[in-house]
Design a binder for this molecule. Structure first.
Ligand code: PRP
Ligand code: MG
Length: 212
């Protein structure tokens, strides 16, 4: 019998909430986080633990059928992937931040500046929409350190509690987008697995309703 292949974040903030919602819909997963792949005991589901940034490509290629992922990751690299369900957890923003001591009046202040980010497509679109030209410096993590080491004038990164900005003496000056966890679907899903997805979604919807 066919199984629905679901990707969830291997480690990080989304991982815990993703495991929790699967548990809440009554699906118990066989083994722990050390394994990169696990099977559900009581539902036709296989879980793949993957890096966030890799998940959109796996969806596009049909390596996995669905994924629990932040909308922000889809905005960055998941064009043409559909969202089946908003999941209401792991909400965050993708924001522009600058050193606390610097003044800021409008987006135009970013003209000609160096912006460090892990979200180049999102930033480029934002700059284009606002008719601003800036220089991107792409780094994969710990982006907030960039202004303090003279690498950038501003950053664009995820803001959740705001504590990383605070600790690095930065202030949020623009919110580019707001994001939450979603259930995303591969354009290549088979009709057999779509039927399993429908069952999963039905269960998710009643859990989400109860949470509100
Ligand atoms: C993420 C993100 C921000 C921070 C936001 O980083 O890149 O830096 O969390 O959360 P906060 O507003 O609650 O502080 P993460 O800790 O996952 O590490 P990374 O940037 O090295 O991937
Ligand atoms: Mg970070």
């Amino acid at each position: 019998m066919s199984k629905l292949k679901i990707a969830i974040q291997k480690s990080g903030r989304l991982n815990e909430d993703s495991m929790k919602i699967l548990k809440d819909v009554g699906i118990s997963i066989d083994n722990g986080k050390d394994q990169l792949k696990a099977s559900a005991k009581n539902f036709p589901l296989e879980v793949f633990y993957l890096r966030n940034g890799d998940i959109p490509q796996y969806l596009k290629d049909g390596v996995v059928d669905v994924a629990i992922i932040g909308e922000n990751v889809l905005v960055e690299k998941g064009q043409d992937i559909t969202v089946a369900e908003k999941l209401g957890f792991s909400s965050c923003k993708v924001s522009v931040a600058i050193p606390k001591g610097k003044s800021y009046n409008s987006i135009k202040d970013l003209e000609g500046k160096r912006i460090a980010t892990s979200y180049p497509n999102t930033v480029n679109q934002f700059l284009k929409d606002n008719n601003v030209k800036a220089n991107l410096h792409i780094i994969n993590g710990s982006v907030e350190i960039a202004p303090n080491i003279g690498l950038a004038d501003a950053i664009v990164d995820i803001v959740s509690s705001g504590s990383t900005l605070f600790k690095n003496n930065l202030k949020e000056v623009e919110v580019i987008l707001k994001s939450e966890a979603v259930l995303a679907v591969s354009p290549q899903i088979s009709s057999e697995n779509q039927a399993i997805l429908n069952k999963l979604q039905f269960r998710l919807q009643s859990v989400l309703k109860a949470r509100n």
